[in-house]
Design a protein around this ligand. Sequence first.
Ligand code: PMP
Length: 439
Amino acid sequence: MSSGPVGNESGARLAERARQVVPGGVNSGQRSVPGLTDLVVTGTDGARFRTADGREYTDFHSAFGPPLLGHNDPDVARATAEAGATLGHMGVGVTEGEVLLAEQLTELIPSIEKVLLTSTGSEATFHALRVSRAATGRRLVVKFQGCYHGWHDAVSLNVISAPEKVGGHDPISTGILPEVLEATLVLPFNDSEAVRRAFAEHGSDIAAVIVEPVPHNVGALLPYQEFLTTLREETTKAGSILIFDEVITGFRHDIGGWQKISGVTPDLTTLGKAIANGAPVGAIGGRADLMDLFSTRPGAPAFFAGTYNGHPSVVAAALATLRKLREEPVHEHVFRLGERVRTELTGLYERLGVPAVVTGYGSVFVSYFMPGEAPRTYADLLNNDASLFVGYRRKLLDHGLFELPLNLKRSHISYAHTDADVDRLIEGTEAAVKAVLAD
Ligand code: PMP
C-alpha cells in the first residue's frame, strides 16, 4: 500500500491544520463525520485504506461508490498514467479515446444514441434538466423524496428530510431562489398514483421527471417495476422528458444500467461514479434529437461546456474500467459477495433478536434497524433506528471495518473484496451491534 506525504504527522495535527485553511477541514459535505473528525487518509489499496495514525480499515464505504474494481486498480492506474505521460488535455477538437468511449456508451446503455462527457454527476443532471426545458419550453421538473441528483439548485431539496418536512419543500441549502425551488415538484418514490395525479394537474407544464431508478442516496429503495413503467407512460403521454439518473446504478448494477435490468428506457441518462473507477467523470446521453440541442453542435440552443470534459487521463481510466467490466467476472464476484453479506447479516440480526431489514442490490447493501419488510418508500425509512444504524458503524471502526457512520448511507462491495473480508464484516458487525446494545 503506498503512503501519502504525511510522514509522521499524526492525523489529529494534520486535521487541525486542515481546519485552519479549509472550511470544516474537508472538501465536500459529509466528509467530516462526527466521531471521525481527525480522519486523514494516507494510502489506499484494493479493498483497504490506511490513515495517518497508522490504522488500516477494510473499506465498505468505497468513496460513495466509484471504485467498483477496488482502489488503485492496476489496469486503470496504468492506463491513466500512460495517457498522462503522452497526451495532455488540449481543450480543442476531439481525441480517439473520447470517440471510443462515446461509441461504447452508445452500445452499452439502451437509451443512449449520443453522449457528452462532463467531469461530475452534478453537471450531467444539471444539463439534463437544462436540455429538457430547452426541448419542451416548459418550466416544471419532478423529483422524488429521497433522491439526490447533485448540488445544483433545481434538485437541492428533499433528500434526507425530517418527518415533519416530508410532503413540503425541504431545501438542503440556503441561497436558492424560492422560484427555483417552486419549479421543482417533489413526489413520493414508488407512488404511481401520486405521479398520475401530478401529471393530471400539471402535465402540460412538466419539462422532465428525474429519478434515481434505485434511490441509493437513502440506502436502497427497490423500485416497483410498475412505478418505473408509470413514469415512462405518463411522461410519454404528456410530452415530458424522462431522465434516469444512473450515477450510482450505472455500471455497478449492470453494465447497461438499471434501464437494462428493468427494460424501461428513459429519454436521457446521467452517469458518473463507477464509469471510471474513481476518476472524475460524468456523462449525459440519450435520444439523438435531444442531445443534438446541445451547443456542441453549431447553432444549437442549449449551452454546454466544461474545460475538463473528455480529459484524456480520465477517458483512459473509463476505457480501462469498461474493458475490465466486460472481460472479467466483476459483476459475478461482487453480486455473490453482496448476496452473502445480505443473507448472513439477516441471519445474524435474527439470532441477536434485533429487528432489522438487510436490503440492497448486487454489490450494494444496507442494514436498516426496523421491523418488517424491505422499505419501498421514504416514509418506511422513518422507522429506522438511526442511533443503532450510526452506533454500530462507529463500533465497526474498532474492528478495522469501515461503513460510513452516517444515517441511511449505503455500503459497497468491490471486485477487490474477498470472502475473508465478508467473514470479517459479519464477525465485526456481530461484535459492534452487541456493543451498542450493551451501552
Ligand atoms: N446523482 C446521483 C444519483 C448521485 O448519487 C450523485 C453523487 N452522490 C450525483 C448525482 C452527483 O454526482 P457528483 O457528486 O459527481 O457531482
